[in-house]
Write a new protein. Sequence first.
Length: 505
Amino acid sequence: MILVVDFGGQYNQLIARRVRDLNVYCEVVPYNKALAKVKEVKPKGIIFTGGPNSVYGDKSPKIEKEIFELGIPILGLCYGMQLMAYTLGAQVKEAKEREFGKTQLKIKKSKIFKGIKDDSTVWMSHVDRVDSLPQGFEKIASTQNCPIAAMENKDLNLYALQFHPEVNHTEYGKDILKNFVIDICAENPNWTMKNYAQRAVEEVRAKVGDGKVLLALSGGVDSSVVAKLISRAIGPNLTCIFVDHGLMRKNEGDEVEAAFKDSGMHFIRIDAEERFLKRLAGITDPETKRKIIGEEFIRVFEEEGKKIKAVDYLAQGTIYPDIIESGLGDSAVIKSHHNVGGLPDTVDFKEIIEPLRMLFKDEVRELGKELGLPDYLVNRQPFPGPGLAIRVMGDITKEKLDLLRDADYIFREELEKAGLNKEISQYFAVLTNNRTVGVMGDFRTYDYTLALRAVKTTDFMTADWARIPYEVLDKASNRIVNEVGHINRIVYDITSKPPATIEWE
Ligand code: XMP
């Protein structure tokens, strides 16, 4: 295992991702728990992340000197480099010029730079820099504004870089990380989802024994993979409750049922459409819609859960980014409670199990494939919990939902046929509550305007509208108007986020 010690850098997750991409397992640990964790798990290597502080700040994160004396290779990045230098008695100073963006790096021969060019592009983002070398260290790289852009202590296997190898803009970033993890730390690249699947099934089996597990299955990627994994481990002792709120996309409810109904678990599909639509009738405010759906979901889940006697565990699809984002360590527990978010007080259970808690999203997808889930579930794009309720503007009726379902299906089908689904992160249709005049044959129409939305994003916090070829939009537009009734005008949303959001409500 490689341990990534988090000093509050914006790229902490990315570093862990990159290490996992090398098929090496790693975990992120907050700096103030790092030494204890190192002693506990004895990692083969340690990576210090960057961070926004200056080592001289009163409240800036520090690290015990002892960590450098354990004989474990360490790679310090950005703040991690400065902290290594500072802790080992060297000087860190504010640079005259802040260095941000792409910079040319000149290197000297070093194990960490094996196979990379003498002159290459790296990504810098720093104010402070290391000004003198700690004892026993050598300078191994420089840039125009940073005379000591990298340093090493070969004997102690300590390496440090002022730039960010985890960022794509660093030309040889992946090679540098590989040199550290595979060559210097001598890690075995054997972290694969195939191995994980087997281990995770055994772990669940060992933990749960012949206890009973309850899971709210939404049909999204995470809960589907959890369902498959646990059912493989304990079969009929897993009960999945799939609350079909009638706000899913076309065929989605049936697809979820088809994927799970014969899988050996106890699968319950609750058709709650009528109940949800009744409560949503006449509601136009998006936040009120969300609240009603959340409450109703809990109520249905609770009613069904109560019918199952003696539940021991509640399973959840929490994944690693949820845990890292909620602050790591003890906060993982807080997140569990938060995830349960008022979930069944009346359904008693001993403990929560989260078999995906150490996995990133694409690892979850890979695991799903490994466990034999169909592609349409594994590659599903994110879909909001409140479903189509927030894609039908204004008040919701079954008729409007059906119109939207058909139109959305055609749009998705055309994008997928054009092979654009791999590069577009989220794509869907929105039924506006705007009606306009149109003409069809010899008749005047007065029908709905449909909006198409497609965005590219990595984090869903910001997003760019997708530049879909006109021909694809044209095909989708023609088909929707011809094949779906009561839509006579189609617009394409060309706003990014910000200033817009991805969803319309
Ligand atoms: P926005 O519209 O805020 O969406 O740019 C960002 C991402 O979050 C999804 N989203 C939701 N997911 N419940 C959810 O589970 C919600 O109420 C909700 N609202 C938005 C949205 O689909 C996008 O992926």
